[in-house]
Design a protein around this ligand. Structure first.
Ligand code: FUB
Length: 322
């Protein structure tokens, strides 16, 4: 697969999380809608209300839309805005993790459960205790332990937290201070709550210094993803206002991770978001852009392209404009 493929022509979909369940690819994207809310830095125009779940037997094959797997009207604690979700499997049950503003307009992370990968998913009564911000990504390590990575700046509210507590004055650090990191937390055995206090995902530069808040080309903004390649842990993320997808490599799920480079150069649209998945012995980058909507940044479309590593495990940069 040399050229990218758009996956869902009949709906606007974004923020892909993709997993192989029962030998098929299952895609858990955001479902973008025309909300009529004016664009702002808080992301109010991303007013999504449900998740459709999709599957594919083959990367070039038919994409099946399984319909709505979770609807905001069925979530007891819901305020507004269902953003990027992810899914996981354990002991015969599937778990859908989703960020949503509660009734006080604070983002929390919720979980919903199903006995099928396509849902329908039944939400828990309350968000996960101690959860905050957006963009949950759940990674299962080879020993069966699940970790959640999460967090996002600006509209994602991460700048309002230090040491997992809300702070009074939620600003980003000044330029030469360490950047605000993504968070990682081991999940409980029941998959429904955090199993520990979330920890910071530290990204170091080539000299071993922590990436600074002013380094907008490399610092974490949102859209965490974790995958493992040849025994190494690859943490990838969006740089937000510089519109890149970058990655950093570590030796364990908690890091620290050392910055390596750019996976995807900017796409058409403000946001960029992805996942990296192995399927039938090839690696793929799922991502989104706004070409089909004529550049409307809140109406995005899912794409996939094959990802290549060099012999040293470095990811070859993909041009976001193709
Ligand atoms: O879809 C809403 C937000 O846009 C996501 O949570 C971010 O990662 C960005 O893609």
């Amino acid at each position: 697969m040399k050229e990218p493929r758009y996956l869902v022509p009949h709906l606007y979909t974004a923020d892909p999380a993709v997993h192989v369940f029962n030998g098929k690819l299952y895609i858990y994207p955001s479902h973008d809608v025309e909300s009529g809310i004016p664009e702002n830095d808080n992301g109010d125009h991303f007013d999504m209300r449900d998740y459709h779940i999709f599957s594919m037997d083959d990367i070039e094959g038919v994409v099946t839309d399984h319909g709505v797997g979770l609807d905001v009207k069925d979530i007891p604690w819901a305020g507004r805005q269902l953003w990027d979700c992810d899914a996981a499997y354990k002991n015969g049950r599937y778990y859908l993790y989703f960020p949503l503003k509660d009734k006080t307009d604070i983002f929390r992370i919720g979980v919903a459960v199903s006995d099928k990968p396509e849902g329908p998913f039944i939400p828990q009564e309350a968000p996960m205790k101690g959860s905050y911000s957006i963009d949950p990504c759940v990674f299962e390590d080879e020993d069966g332990v699940h970790y959640m990575y999460f967090g996002g700046l600006w509209g994602g509210q991460l700048q309002r937290y230090r040491n997992n507590k809300a702070i009074e004055c939620g600003h980003e650090p000044i330029d030469d201070e360490p950047a605000l990191p993504s968070r990682v937390v081991k999940l409980n055995d029941d998959m429904l709550e955090f199993g520990e206090e979330p920890k910071e995902v530290i990204i170091l530069d080539e000299k071993g210094d922590v990436i600074s808040a002013g380094d907008h080309d490399r610092r974490f903004f949102e859209a965490s993803w974790m995958h493992k390649y040849q025994g190494k842990y690859y943490f990838s993320y969006s740089t937000g206002d510089t519109h890149k997808l970058c990655y950093a490599i570590g030796d364990n799920p908690y890091g620290p991770f050392t910055y390596q480079g750019v996976i995807l150069t900017p796409v058409v649209g403000w946001t960029t978001h992805h996942c990296v998945v192995e399927f039938k012995d090839k690696w793929y980058l799922f991502y989104h852009d706004c070409v089909p909507s004529g550049g409307k940044t809140w109406l995005r479309s899912l794409k996939v392209i094959e990802l290549q590593y060099d012999k040293d495990g470095q990811i070859e940069t993909i041009n976001g404009m193709i």
